[in-house]
Design a binder for this molecule. Structure first.
Ligand code: ATP
Ligand code: MG
Length: 175
């Protein structure tokens, strides 16, 4: 799966609609401290279904909604859209998650209301999803470097999307 664009509205520091185009290959995000680099990665995870407020660095899920600054009032909703396509296919897939104060989260795929589970299924087996080790957050790099070789191998296999194959092989060998 190739993610082509991330669009944020009212998500954390991204109060105004912001589009991030993601080209094939490696994408780097650079900028001064506090400019929102980690918020972008969190937006990607969140739209894929992340439900841990702690991993969004908040106390509750509504903390992802723009909380206001000295010059801008707070928002009452946040929305993140992921535009993706399967490699080798022309069909685009737009996954949207939206949260409103007091109303919780809702998901859409290509404009249709869906369940959180449907979104999880879309990203399953694409070596991606909210908990994909392919998304390396701040602090995880140290953990990868200091891991024992066996642990590091497990992390890399998971990131490459082949961890499931071993489970299936062991399963097959036992039968
Ligand atoms: P560093 O280089 O230090 O890792 P960074 O570029 O990763 O910084 P982020 O952590 O993504 O920066 O962004 C932090 C900024 O986001 C802070 O200024 C914080 O106030 C702002 N922020 C986080 N949540 C919200 C929110 N709900 N509403 C408004 N601003 C928010
Ligand atoms: Mg950061």
């Amino acid at each position: 799966m190739q993610i082509k664009r991330l669009r944020l509205t009212g998500f954390k520091s991204f109060v105004d609609p912001a589009d991030l185009r993601i080209e094939p290959g490696l994408t780097g995000i650079v900028g001064p401290n506090g400019c929102g680099k980690s918020n972008l990665l969190e937006a990607l995870r969140w739209a894929m279904g992340e439900n841990s407020a702690k991993s969004m660095r908040g106390a509750g899920m509504e903390d992802v909604i723009f909380a206001g600054t000295a010059t801008r009032p707070a928002r009452d909703f946040a929305e993140v859209s992921i535009l993706a396509e399967q490699v080798g296919e022309d069909d685009e897939l737009e996954v949207v998650r939206r949260i409103e104060r007091g109303a919780g989260s809702a998901y859409r795929i290509n404009g249709r209301d869906v369940r959180a589970k449907d979104v999880a299924l879309v990203f399953a087996d694409s070596a991606t999803g909210a908990h994909s080790p392919a998304l390396v957050s701040q602090g995880r790099i140290g953990a990868i470097i200091s891991a024992k070789p066996g642990e590091r191998r497990a992390m890399l296999e998971e990131a490459a999307g082949i961890a499931g194959l071993h489970v299936r092989r062991r399963d097959a060998e036992q039968k």
